[in-house]
Design a protein around this ligand. Structure first.
Ligand SMILES: CCCCCCCCCCCCCCCCCC(=O)SCCNC(=O)CCNC(=O)[C@H](O)C(C)(C)COP(=O)(O)OP(=O)(O)OC[C@H]1O[C@@H](n2cnc3c(N)ncnc32)[C@H](O)[C@@H]1OP(=O)(O)O
Ligand SMILES: NC(=O)C1=CN([C@@H]2O[C@H](COP(=O)(O)OP(=O)(O)OC[C@H]3O[C@@H](n4cnc5c(N)ncnc54)[C@H](OP(=O)(O)O)[C@@H]3O)[C@@H](O)[C@H]2O)C=CC1
Length: 494
């Protein structure tokens, strides 16, 4: 989301002088190498076309959320406090399996530290915090208010400071209670921390639901990670994922990333100009406005990947969702584990390392963590989103479009799937005929395998059971009779 925000600011807000972005070195790359890489990304093509020198506006600041003071150098603190007008805070850990202490540090303590830094900023007009629509997923109906936190954040921070990691792991389920993971729990605590500062700063809180590929900007279908549904779509398109627990009729509250960013920028403007007395919360969701369901998503994802197959699929794409635990377990056994075993056996016999079972184990872990969100639905109030839209001029409504009533879901899902192919997997659209050919080959392998299996089972059956033999002779004689009748009647008509 950070990248999309930077791109949109550069493209649509030419009067912005500079963007200070907090970046950490990662995976052997320095901070500046990472920023260089980011600017080369396809996402920035339109900005690059409009202004090849756009990089001059981006000023990276080295920062690490795990460190005290976010590890920002005193000189950088000086720069930030003297020239920042608006802060957009979207850094977080979004992993569902993050240990509580880590999630608390990244999502709550780091937010607290950024808020203290913001208080020192002399020209700050607005502080926009990105939360999640699922921060309060223990409730069915979610209003645009900050709910009382499950625990006073400061108390939890103080307690976890002295606790051993093993103790924290043991008490985590008790602490998170009816929330599904440490992510949603710490995001709820972060909202409370933000609220505590709302007297001193102009604050807006954005709560997106499940962020997906872009709808329109900078081009349809842009996405570059496996998070949320993207990994599920890819696994289904590759023919690996065949079954998943989800409710066909539950609302799939996907929200395109460009919609979230447009709303975030509009909220930044509104907060700075109108300075609301208390922090305004914007539920940024689609379900209440233009609902679409997981069953429909399944249909459109499968249809897109059949028409535009991914390269080197493991099997023909054919994923089904079910809300029934036992049916899901059955298909996991038959359609996931059994083919994985056979394929691994084949790899072993051909002297290669088995890998399919390992891939399936990881997939099962990932979908197990997502099922909570795909098996039920929530109702979000979106009055503030509507209010914000009504405040925009006609031109701004176009430039910062977040009116999801216009979203055409089948078209969006098709672009999303093609986006995963092009931008996540870096596959070329010109290879589609070869991918189709590969799917035909897989279909023939399946037909041959099924026929051989059927003949084998039948042979075993006939050898062991008199009744099976009788049925077999009866069916064969029936076929012969039918054939001779057919021959006789065709001779008569001649
Ligand atoms: C057609 C069927 C239709 C189905 C319909 C049903 C769809 C249901 C979808 C429901 C989505 C619900 C999302 C709810 C979102 C809540 C909203 C938010 O606020 S929060 C925002 C939402 N937050 C999230 O979505 C976070 C969820 N993710 C996690 O918590 C963790 O990734 C994990 C626990 C799943 C796996 O942990 P771990 O095993 O430690 O693995 P690592 O993470 O370390 O990754 C290692 C490598 O694998 C790569 N890769 C990763 N995933 C996949 C994948 N699925 N596949 C392939 N590859 C994948 C990854 O890129 C990496 O590559 P590299 O960098 O090494 O090259
Ligand atoms: N994706 C979704 O479906 C949803 C996301 N959100 C919220 O939106 C925001 C952005 O999410 P999204 O863009 O999807 O997530 P990403 O994981 O893509 O982005 C998170 C950002 O936080 C940075 N970050 C994480 N840990 C550290 C650290 N220790 N030090 C410095 N920076 C760090 C990451 O930097 P780096 O690149 O170095 O890893 C990355 O830029 C989050 O607040 C999330 O809670 C809300 C609803 C849904």
């Amino acid at each position: 989301m950070g990248k999309v925000l930077v791109e949109k600011l550069l493209r649509s807000c030419p009067d912005v002088n500079a963007l200070y972005i907090l970046v950490r070195p990662k995976a052997g790359q320095s901070m500046s190498e990472r920023v260089q890489d980011m600017m080369k990304c396809k996402l920035f093509d339109r900005v690059r076309e409009d202004n090849p020198d756009f990089h001059q506006k981006i000023i990276p600041i080295s920062s690490e959320l795990m460190q005290p003071g976010l590890a920002i150098s005193p000189e950088d603190v000086q720069t930030l406090t003297s020239c920042i007008n608006i802060v957009f805070h979207c850094a977080a850990t979004i992993r569902f399996d993050e240990p509580l202490k880590h999630a608390l540090q990244l999502n709550v303590i780091a937010t607290q530290q950024l808020l203290s830094l913001a208080q020192q900023m002399q020209h700050l007009q607005a502080f926009i915090h990105i939360s999640t629509a699922y921060a309060n997923c223990n409730r069915r109906h979610i209003d645009e208010v900050i709910y009382p936190p499950p625990v006073e954040p400061k108390k939890l921070i103080d307690s976890l400071e002295w606790m051993d990691d093993n103790i924290i792991r043991d008490i985590t389920p008790r602490l998170i209670g009816d929330r599904p993971n440490t992510y949603t729990y710490t995001k709820a605590l972060a909202e409370c921390v933000v609220q505590q500062e709302s007297g001193k700063l102009n604050i807006g809180i954005i709560r997106p639901s499940i962020v997906g590929a872009s709808w329109q900007e900078p081009f349809p279908g842009w996405i570059d990670n496996f998070n949320g549904p993207s990994g599920v779509f890819i696994a289904a398109g590759k023919g690996i994922l065949r079954t998943m627990r989800a409710s066909n009729d539950a609302v799939a509250d996907l929200i395109p990333v460009d919609v979230v960013i447009n709303l975030t920028l509009a909220a930044g403007w509104y907060t700075a100009v109108h300075r609301p007395k208390t922090a305004l919360v914007y539920n940024c969701t689609t379900g209440g406005i233009n609902p679409f369901h997981w069953g429909e998503i399944e249909h459109h994802v499968m249809s897109t990947f059949k028409r535009n197959p991914l390269e080197q699929a493991f099997r023909r794409p054919n994923a089904n969702i079910t809300s029934n635990y036992l049916i899901n377990q059955y298909w996991i056994l038959v359609s996931h584990k059994f083919p994985a075993l056979i394929y691994d056996l084949f790899l072993r016999l051909s002297g290669q390392k088995p890998q399919m079972m390992r891939i399936f184990n990881r997939l099962h872990k990932a979908i197990g963590l997502l099922e909570y969100f795909s098996s039920q639905d929530w109702e979000w109030n979106s009055d503030n989103m509507n209010m914000l839209m009504s405040q925009l001029s006609a031109e701004d409504k176009k430039t910062f479009n977040f009116d999801v009533r216009q979203l055409n879901w089948p078209e969006y899902i098709e672009n999303y799937c093609i986006g995963t192919k092009k931008y996540v997997l870096n596959e070329d659209m010109s290879d589609i005929p070869a991918a189709r050919q590969h799917l035909r080959k897989l279909r023939n392998i399946r037909y041959t395998f099924n026929t051989v299996l059927l003949v084998f089972i039948w042979r075993v059956f006939i050898a062991r059971s008199q009744m099976a033999r009788n049925i077999w002779y009866f069916v064969v004689s029936l076929c012969f009779k039918f054939l001779s009748y057919f021959r006789a009647s065709s001779t008569l008509t001649q």
